[in-house]
Design a protein around this ligand. Structure first.
Ligand code: HEM
Length: 212
């Protein structure tokens, strides 16, 4: 469903560009790049926060509805789709000529190279987290869990990327978003550390539920 909405929206924007030859620079794609960046960042933050809340609740002995798991997966997938929309918009915008290789490899970036490379690494981390979750029935629990920690790496890299690459990074509302997201994840990290180790049998329950 999320895929259909994002793919449909991007299709409406992309198809005219793909069939009308090289685009002329205009503000539409620039707005779209920033809008998808903002939406991807908020969604990524929500996915990481929900994942942490889930662990804190489990460690406190709460029984969680399957809806929480579904929502966590849905939001994480939506984050990836929005990042792909962010990349498509940058690719179509002729103002700064990004090639497909620039978008997918951390090499020869035509704009703020360090900042953009951080975005590429954030993208890799996000892809690994999602791919390992889709394949988790084939992975050992420890491997899946280790790869899942890359969600934090994706969040940290995306934050640094947004602050250093974004045209809106200096705007008060954008700064507020980075501070709000960083504070929420820092608070949940503390709550998670204070929640301690899983209760007896908790790890087993978590393993079973992660294999559902
Ligand atoms: C997890 C992956 C990513 C997330 C969450 C993300 C998010 C963001 C955010 C929040 C901004 C700031 C927008 C603004 O201030 O208006 C931004 C800007 C930007 N990102 Fe990404 N990004 C990701 C991956 C990438 C990748 C792989 C590239 C590769 C080229 C990229 C290229 C850019 C560029 C060029 C800008 C500057 C756009 C502008 O403000 O004019 N991003 N991104």
């Amino acid at each position: 469903m999320a895929g259909l909405v994002v793919a449909g929206g991007m299709g409406i924007v992309a198809v005219p560009y793909l069939f009308s030859g090289p685009a002329t620079p205009g503000p539409l794609l620039w707005y779209l790049t920033r809008a998808t960046a903002f939406a991807a960042y908020v969604t990524l933050t929500a996915a990481v926060a929900l994942g942490m809340l889930r662990v804190v609740a489990r460690r406190a002995g709460e029984r969680l509805s399957w809806v929480v798991d579904e929502l966590h997966q849905f939001i994480s997938t939506l984050a990836l789709l929005l990042v792909l929309a962010h990349l498509l918009s940058i690719f179509l915008d002729p103002f700064i000529p990004f090639t497909a290789a620039n978008l997918l490899l951390p090499l020869d970036e035509p704009y703020r190279p360090l900042a953009v490379r951080l975005g590429v690494f954030a993208f890799y981390a996000l892809v690994l987290v999602l791919a390992s979750s889709w394949l988790r029935r084939r992975l050992r629990y420890g491997t899946w869990r280790a790869l899942h920690y890359l969600g934090f790496v994706a969040f940290a890299l995306a934050t640094a990327h947004g602050v250093l690459a974004g045209s809106d990074a200096g705007e008060p509302w954008m700064r507020g978003m980075y501070v709000g997201a960083g504070s929420a994840i820092a608070f949940l990290t503390l709550a998670r550390l204070l929640a301690g180790t899983p209760r007896a049998g908790g790890e087993r329950i978590a393993q079973m539920s992660s294999r559902r």
